[in-house]
Structure formats: structure tokens, C-alpha cells
Design a protein around this ligand. Structure first.
Ligand code: DLZ
Length: 167
């Protein structure tokens, strides 16, 4: 029987790490819920509220630039991008979705700061709300957990390099 990856997703211990959330205001009736999911995951991971900053941008299209600028400050161990693109309501849906996803991965690769992709791309409002509900399937929560995992991984790589371990 296939184990439900989402339901089994445990929150790693992220005490001592700091995170920035960059959240789109477009479709805020959804992105507010993604933000709640992400903040809940960070709290469960033991991250202090002093170590979390939330920045707001007009729409998902603005996420990559804001995330890159935040990452360049080097004040955060990871950045979490949250947005919601709804195909039915967005005539240039494909264009924005592709610009946002490639903008985020390039910002992350070029700054070497993990930036997670918590941007919903759905066919309808109903689908978006389903992915932003309370509980383990909230995609904001999933994006926060991915950011935590990557921040821990990079911290370990830096430590192992300092210890002379090539891994
Ligand atoms: C303009 C627009 C449209 C039509 N739809 C969405 C959407 O579904 N989700 C979203 O996050 N943003 C949308 N936007 C706004 C763009 O992301 C962007 O903010 C504007 O084009 C200004 O650059």
C-alpha cells in the first residue's frame, strides 16, 4: 500500500534557523491560508517568531525578485515563496506560472540560499482552497518543511566542509 507522503510528513527540528516568507497578496483569501500553514510548520519545528520575517508582494509575478533580494541579504537560512495562480481567472496563467517557477529556481541557485516554491497553480478556486486547508496537505506547510530540510542540509554541508570532510 502506498504511504501518503503528505500525511506522513514530519517537521524536522529547525531551532536556531531563520526564515523569510514572501507572500503574494493576489488571491489573498488563499495565500493567507498558505501563510498560516507555513507559520504553523515553522512553529512546530521550534523556530522562534524572532527568526521569522514575513514580506508581502502584489502578486506571484513579483515573488522571484523579492525572494532574490531577501536571499542576497544572507540574513535568512531559507526563503519560502507563497502565491496562488488560478487558471480560470488568469488569462496569462501559463506565462506567469513559468516565469515564477524559473525565476525562483534561478534566484535560489544563484544566491545559494534555499527558496521553496509554495505557489499554487490550479484550475479553479475550489482546487486552490483544497490545497490551502488546515492540516498536513496545506501547500504552505509543505513549502515550509521543504525550506527547513534544505536549510538543515546546507548547514550540514558547510559544517562538514569546515571539518575537512569532502562530502
Ligand atoms: C494580473 C494577475 C492575474 C490576472 N492573476 C494572478 C493570479 O492568479 N495570481 C497571482 O498571484 N497574481 C496574478 N496577477 C498579478 C501578477 O502576479 C502581477 O502582480 C501583476 O501582473 C503586476 O506585475
Amino acid at each position: 500500500m502506498r504511504k501518503d507522503r503528505e500525511a506522513s510528513q514530519e517537521v524536522p527540528d529547525a531551532r536556531g534557523l531563520s526564515f523569510a516568507l514572501v507572500v503574494s497578496r493576489f488571491n489573498d483569501f488563499v495565500t493567507d491560508r498558505l501563510q498560516d500553514g507555513a507559520l504553523g510548520a515553522l512553529a512546530s519545528a521550534g523556530v522562534s517568531t524572532d527568526e521569522v520575517s514575513v514580506l508581502s508582494v502584489p502578486g506571484s509575478f513579483e515573488l522571484p525578485l523579492a525572494a532574490r533580494c531577501v536571499a542576497e541579504t544572507k540574513r535568512f537560512d531559507a526563503v519560502i515563496c507563497l502565491g496562488c495562480l488560478i487558471r480560470g481567472a488568469t488569462s496569462h496563467f501559463e506565462y506567469i506560472a513559468s516565469a515564477v517557477s524559473s525565476g525562483i529556481i534561478h534566484a535560489s541557485a544563484e544566491t545559494k540560499v534555499p527558496i521553496s516554491f509554495g505557489v499554487l497553480t490550479t484550475n479553479s478556486v475550489e482546487e486552490a482552497l483544497e490545497r490551502a486547508g488546515q492540516g498536513p496537505s496545506n501547500k504552505g506547510r509543505e513549502a515550509a518543511i521543504a525550506a527547513i530540510e534544505m536549510a538543515i542540509l546546507l548547514r550540514e554541508l558547510v559544517r562538514s566542509r569546515k571539518d575537512g570532510n569532502p562530502a
